[in-house]
Design a protein around this ligand. Structure first.
Ligand code: SF4
Ligand code: SF4
Length: 630
């Protein structure tokens, strides 16, 4: 029987809960403005299916039952406040259903408690899992007291419909028929429900609201695109939490500290002092504290952490509620570079070369076509007609001694396929990806605008490029600066040539091949199959997948400007990947990125094996299978 005091208590709890959520909303809403529209259909699909959460089978199923259990019980509690008549049979079935749901939820809670206790810390990732236990234990108390109340009631008033409450019946056999005990259980159950509701905004359970909102406002379209920094507006990156947008702060509010980002982070796995989960939790802590004490992000997040990131996006891919640790890291890098001039010394030479020469090697535009000498490659500015394909070479393809071979192989394939193509030659500058990922947004925007100006001077149907970093930048980032083009990665283009029978690989490359998915092609742009299909088209190749493949692919360690930074902390990421390839028994590692190619070659060389696997770009593999006549 509900008393007036109970009603007062319920009112107070609702007030506390609403005040708590209003306070939390004020914290993240104070971020800078950002245009985001919600997606109700996407949210509904996510809540019903929970596919991202279900990527982890056991934890996902446990979460599914807990989520729906809480929703159903809250609905039942609300509906029970309205007078309604339910037919006896329906009421019994409902009672049985709730009991089964309660039992499954209890199993899920026990699973989570065991899992959290077994949580392995890796290196920098020292967030205490206990912080999330409090609301889970309250939830457990709610369920247990509910069962005990049902059991005591059945031992006082035995029922002939035992199937309606099988757990209650089981407990009634051991519980005394004590009305006092039943009252105590009911009160404990009631108070625990109130405590759970009152605590919702103040514990990690607030993700029920914040996570839902984060899914609703999640990024649409390609996620390989970095946020444009409005430099004209005086923005120089994130010095304090106030420099993040409200959506970035909603991200950290939604984080449940599950650690999936950390478990897949190559920097953390290789022993570097970076954990994406810690970054998000540090920002969350500062969001609560910093406004009163004016802390800088750099007080909590060290330079070693932010410069360890390879921008591989594994953290973004694996976060079950669309939190993006990477965009915070980039904004902190931006402040270090644009606001403080704190670029790591090793990267300074590369950035200076970009500023002066327009390429990462510092060779200059006059040498952009040296690789193509004697290869019948036409220059777009030399011809006064349009071209079908603008072959974007990129700095590595033009200057890196090893990757120049891949550029030449690509030219061989294009000639063999009778493709009308041309290059920009001295009119091509670096796409700007290394500068942007290192936080040098000003230089990136300058390069992007210059390249777009050049593109707009010529007529071509599509751009094809070998480098996934150039591909991502031209395809996904240049549109923000007015440059919208049809851009294809070389693997997709070569696959089309093979499918159209314009080229036919015929000489066998009889080797066990493992595919190394470049992060910027695979995980970031979701292009996984063309690289495999191209390899399958080559006679004699047997694909032997690496244990970490496709969206779980492990980074080579070269992205995010890391190609130009010393790897002095932890293990070398490229050597970890090289070991995986060697263990998989690969004789050949096929990839499709200049960074991956050179990083893996270096990693494999460091293994000092008698018969090391060879690393080739898939374009080179196809070219070698065409034979010498082309
Ligand atoms: S982008 Fe990659 S390296 Fe950077 S924090 Fe995320 S998982 Fe780690
Ligand atoms: S950022 Fe996402 S994946 Fe990482 S701990 Fe938070 S919720 Fe989990």
């Amino acid at each position: 029987m509900i008393t007036a005091f109970d009603i007062l208590l319920i009112g107070a709890v609702i007030l506390i809960m609403l005040a708590g959520f209003a306070w939390r909303r004020m914290l993240w809403r104070k971020g800078r403005e950002e245009n985001r529209s919600g997606d109700l259909t996407g949210l509904a699909g996510y809540l019903i299916g929970q596919q991202l959460i279900l990527k982890r089978r056991f934890a996902g199923v446990a979460h599914l039952f807990l989520f729906w259990g809480i929703v159903v019980f809250l609905l039942v509690i609300i509906l029970a406040q309205f007078p309604m008549i339910i037919p006896a049979t329906a009421a019994r079935i409902l009672s049985l259903g709730l009991e089964i749901l309660g039992a499954v939820m209890l199993a899920g809670i026990i699973f989570f408690i065991i899992r959290r206790r077994q949580f392995k810390y890796i290196s920098a990732d020292k967030i205490s899992p206990q912080k999330v236990l409090f609301p889970i234990i309250i939830l457990m108390i709610i369920l247990i007291t509910g069962f005990l109340a049902a059991g005591t009631r059945m031992s006082i008033v035995p029922s002939d419909k035992l199937w309606v409450s099988p757990i209650g019946w089981g407990l009634s056999n051991i519980l005394p028929g004590s009305p006092l005990l039943m009252q105590i259980m009911i009160r404990c159950h009631f108070l625990a429900v109130l405590l759970f509701l009152a605590c919702l905004p103040f514990t990690f359970m607030r993700h029920l609201a914040a996570g839902t909102l984060n899914v609703y406002y999640r990024r649409k379209g390609n996620r390989g695109k970095l946020r444009v920094a409005d430099l004209d507006d005086g923005y120089v990156g994130a010095k304090t939490v106030d420099d993040f947008t409200w959506k970035q702060l909603l991200d950290v509010e939604a984080c449940v500290s599950c650690g999936r980002c950390a478990e897949n982070c190559p920097a953390l796995i290789s022993g570097k002092p970076l954990s994406p989960r810690k970054i998000v939790q540090d920002i969350s802590w500062q969001m609560e504290q910093a406004r009163s004490n004016g802390s800088w992000l750099a007080d909590a997040i060290s330079g070693e952490e932010i410069w360890s990131c390879t921008t591989c996006m594994a953290c973004v891919e694996h976060c079950p509620i669309f939190v993006e640790p990477l965009d915070k890291i980039i904004d902190i890098r931006r402040y270090q570079v644009l606001g403080c001039g704190n670029l790591p010394p090793e990267a300074k030479t590369m950035i200076r070369d970009l500023e002066i020469f327009g390429d990462v090697q510092g060779k200059g535009v006059a040498h952009r076509t040296d690789w193509a000498l004697g290869r019948e490659v036409s220059l777009l500015f030399d011809r006064n007609r349009a071209t079908d394909i603008l072959l974007w070479i990129g700095c590595s393809g033009a200057f890196h001694p090893r990757y120049r071979e891949t550029s030449r192989s690509m030219v061989k394939l294009l000639h063999a396929g009778g493709v009308d193509f041309a290059i920009l030659g001295k009119h091509e500058l670096c796409c700007g990806d290394p500068a942007r990922r290192l936080g040098e947004e000003r230089l990136f925007q300058e390069l992007a605008r210059k390249n777009i100006k050049r593109f707009n001077q010529y007529r071509f149907q599509k751009i094809v490029t070998l480098c996934p970093h150039c591909f991502n930048t031209l395809k996904n980032e240049y549109p923000d600066f007015g440059g919208e083009y049809q851009v294809m990665h070389a693997t997709e283009f070569v696959l089309d040539l093979i499918k159209a029978k314009r080229i036919t690989p015929k000489y066998p490359v009889g080797q066990a091949l493992s595919v190394h998915d470049p992060c910027y092609l695979g995980r970031i742009n979701q292009i996984f199959e063309p690289i495999r299909d191209v390899c399958r088209a080559v006679p004699g190749i047997e694909i032997r997948e690496l244990p970490r493949n496709r969206e779980y692919g492990f980074c080579c360690g070269g992205g995010g400007g890391r190609m130009w930074l010393h790897e002095s902390l932890g293990r070398h990421i490229n050597q970890i990947r090289a070991e995986e390839a060697a263990k998989a028994g690969a004789e050949l590692v096929g990839t499709a990125c200049p960074y991956c190619l050179t990083m893996l070659e270096d990693g494999i060389a460091a293994l000092e094996r008698e018969k090391p696997p060879k690393v080739m770009d898939v374009v080179e593999i196809v070219a070698s299978s065409l034979g010498a006549e082309f």
